[in-house]
Design a protein around this ligand. Structure first.
Ligand code: PMP
Length: 359
């Protein structure tokens, strides 16, 4: 039985990356040491981290006036670091598009000296669409506007990035980084937990425009972008092995033809599934068509018992982690870059059979 891993994260990694890591596991470049055993100050690791950064810059076309940081603490720690570093004594604007935006908002509210304002939300339709943001909605005195470019649980994503004027746009891109055609220069700061579309858990990527890095703010060092940036992500020991794997993933993406090519593949994969869902009344995609995510595709039958049956048969068939998030139920297929197209074809085949047997 072939196993397909539909996990929303930690998620499937490219087979060639895992094989390369296996090949190099106990003896990295004739060092007779594993990458896990290398000092983060060694020449070999210096090469690894510099190469990972170089490849990410190439893939995302990151302008020179942006700093790339390889941090820890997950995307969740960024929910706190962003207001702490960027908005003290100021107003911070947020768009509430669902579960992850809400977490970012509630973390920001805990920073004493920051005034949080939610300028748009899609709660009226249970967070199934992306609200339209126009420039006149953005207070030009605010420290930033925060958006979640892809809601991993809700399955919605921004296709158009809002124009915020001079106010920096901050993006939680955890679940669609490297699977979009956004321009880095439209953002002041982008962050993402690695465990979906970059590499293993334990690494958080932050891409920050240099003018937003402020020194002397009396912030504890591990939470202070200026300290982390001045030390090139090595104020403390960085997650060395996760950075190594991320570098291999970036290389794999580059060899595939870069983001244009992978985006084409991602769109094809998602389309296969959405086309089938749209062709039948048996399955429902609960989100607005124009805002559908291509990396996280939730769907339901509309009957909880039937969803349960679907999930149990799907697991027996070899589909891992297809069950929807515990907060919403139903099913969710996460189709990140490394997820193979054959897996989507198999899923559609399975869905057709299940429909035949249960309609
Ligand atoms: N933001 C989004 C959009 C996510 O999907 C997740 C994780 N599922 C997080 C933030 C939190 O990430 P982490 O677990 O790395 O803190």
């Amino acid at each position: 039985m072939t196993i397909y891993n539909f996990s929303a994260g930690p998620a499937v990694l490219p087979k060639p990356v895992l094989e390369k890591a296996q090949e190099e596991l106990v003896n990295y470049k004739s060092s007779q040491m594993s990458v896990m055993e290398l000092s983060h100050r060694s020449v070999l690791f210096d090469e690894i981290i510099k190469n990972a950064e170089k490849l990410l810059r190439e893939l995302m076309d990151i302008p020179e006036n942006y700093k790339v940081l390889f941090l820890q603490g997950g995307a969740s720690l960024q929910f706190t670091m962003i207001p702490l570093n960027l908005a003290q004594g100021k107003k911070a604007l947020y768009v509430n598009t669902g579960a992850w935006a809400k977490k970012a908002i509630s973390a920001a509210k805990q920073i004493e000296d920051v005034e949080v304002e939610v300028i748009a939300l899609s709660e009226d339709k249970n967070f199934t669409y992306i609200p339209k943001i126009t420039k006149d909605m953005v207070d030009q005195d605010a420290a930033y506007l925060h958006i979640t470019t892809n809601e991993t649980i809700g399955g919605i994503r921004y296709t158009d990035i809002p124009d915020t004027g001079d106010v920096p746009l901050i993006a939680d891109m955890s679940s669609n980084i490297l699977a979009n055609d956004y321009k880095v220069s439209d953002f002041g700061l982008i962050y993402a937990g690695a465990q979906k579309n970059i590499g293993p858990a334990g690494l958080t990527v932050v891409i920050i425009r240099e003018d937003l890095i402020k020194e002397g703010q009396n912030i504890p060092p591990m939470l202070d972008y200026s300290v982390l940036a001045a030390n090139d992500s090595m104020y403390n020991t960085p997650p060395t092995y996760a950075i190594y794997i991320a570098g291999l993933v970036f290389e794999w993406l580059k060899d595939l033809g870069g983001l244009d090519e992978i985006l084409k593949q991602d769109q094809e994969k998602a389309q296969l599934l959405y086309d089938y869902i749209d062709s039948t009344d048996f399955y429902i995609s609960p989100v607005a068509k124009e805002d559908r995510s291509i990396t996280n595709v939730p769907f339901i039958t509309g009957d909880d018992e039937l969803d349960k049956k679907f999930n149990s048969e799907a697991k027996a068939y070899g589909f891992e982690n297809l069950k929807g998030h515990r907060s919403v139920g139903g099913m969710r297929a996460s189709l990140y870059n490394a997820f193979p197209k054959e897996g989507v074809e198999e899923l559609v085949k399975f869905m057709k059979n299940f429909e035949e047997e249960n309609k």
